[in-house]
Design a protein around this ligand. Structure first.
Ligand SMILES: *[C@@H]1O[C@H](CO)[C@@H](O)[C@H](O)[C@H]1NC(C)=O
Ligand SMILES: *[C@@H]1O[C@H](CO)[C@@H](O)[C@H](O)[C@H]1NC(C)=O
Ligand SMILES: [Zn+2]
Ligand SMILES: [Zn+2]
Length: 308
């Protein structure tokens, strides 16, 4: 009996210290960001057929961004055929070598902070023949930009916005001025106008900063990894992750508020992600960089969605 009891105590002690470590990791923010990079670094080079701790989290990451069939259930930490297919689809979108391997260019790409909106919106279920899917994807690869069926009707081209409740990361005047500039980028090339709603009036677009779970089914994740998300029409919610090191003029370890705003407004209007690396609608943004101006790809995309 005695050895068993000591084993039990040891197990409890291990569980307890893991829990303590987990909650510490959650409160120490810079470590959180580092841990995602080192998590990916540890997975680099893991081969098909092998199992590795962390592969399940990698699968969840890929599923979140649309690289698994909609009905996929992820349970194992094995590098299986499904993971290989998901990696190939990811590599194709990001125009990396389509190896199906966890090579360093793939893990490096995943380390760049990005938008929380999926790259492949509404992926088909696994029963759908893949040949049709890949043909469909190839068609979009030529155009770069992409969008779905959700858009604002012409009666809603004069949109209003407001700054909702949530965390205060910037003073209101700074936020106002950055958002006004970001809206202006899209107003210049479309029939949309964007006006701040007068006090108390309900607005089409509501902008706010949140930390972690904020009860819209898409929790934020601390510094790095996911920066913000915007909902497709006619929802109008634009949320920033309050745990990023935001700036209106970023240093090398900061994230540019205006660049992210211009991108998220693209989603509010109905655009999906573009795989054109230079475009505003490209999913990821390197820390410390500014990307504030629409490219021809973004303009072509919004004109295709709202032809005049
Ligand atoms: C793809 O593979 C080629 C040949 O191995 C290599 O030269 C190139 O740098 C790779 N590209 C990327 C994006 O990793
Ligand atoms: C945010 O960026 C500033 C400016 O580079 C830096 O001094 C500060 O340490 C950063 N804060 C965090 C939490 O990374
Ligand atoms: Zn996005
Ligand atoms: Zn949200």
């Amino acid at each position: 009996m005695a050895p068993k009891l000591s084993h039990l105590l040891l197990a409890i002690l291990v569980i307890f210290s893991i829990q303590t470590f987990k909650s510490r990791a959650r409160t120490l923010k810079p470590e959180h960001q580092q841990s995602f990079s080192s998590f990916l670094q540890k997975l680099e080079g893991v081969q098909k057929g092998q199992a590795a701790e962390g592969l399940l989290d990698l699968k969840k990451y890929l599923k979140k961004f649309g690289y698994y069939p909609s009905d996929a259930t992820l349970t194992s930490s094995d590098f299986d055929d499904h993971l290989e297919l998901a990696l190939k689809a990811y590599q194709k979108f990001y125009r990396l070598n389509v190896t199906g391997n966890l090579d360093s260019s793939t893990t490096q790409q995943m380390m760049i902070p990005r938008c929380g909106v999926p790259d492949i919106v509404n992926p088909p279920p696994s029963t759908e023949p893949t040949s049709t899917e890949s043909k469909h994807k190839k068609f979009h690869m030529v155009a770069h930009y992409d969008f779905g069926s959700n858009k604002w009707p012409p009666s809603k081209y004069a949109l209003t916005y407001s700054f909702g409740p949530g965390l205060q990361v910037f003073d209101l005047n700074t936020l106002r001025s950055v958002c006004a500039d970001a809206f202006q980028k899209w107003a210049q090339v479309t029939s949309f106008t964007f006006t701040e709603a007068t006090d108390g009036a309900s607005a089409d677009i509501v902008i706010a900063f949140y930390s972690g779970d904020h009860e819209d089914g898409d929790p934020f994740d601390g510094p790095g990894k996911i920066l913000a998300h915007g909902f497709f029409p006619q929802d109008g919610r634009l949320h920033y992750d309050a745990d990023e090191n935001w700036s209106t003029d970023p240093a090398m370890d900061q994230t540019d508020l205006e660049s992210v705003s211009v991108h998220e407004i693209g989603h509010l209007l109905g655009l999906y992600h573009s795989n054109d690396r230079e475009s505003i609608m490209y999913p990821s943004l390197q820390i410390g960089t500014k990307k504030r101006d629409l490219t021809q790809d973004d303009i072509d995309g919004i004109h295709a969605l709202y032809p005049n």
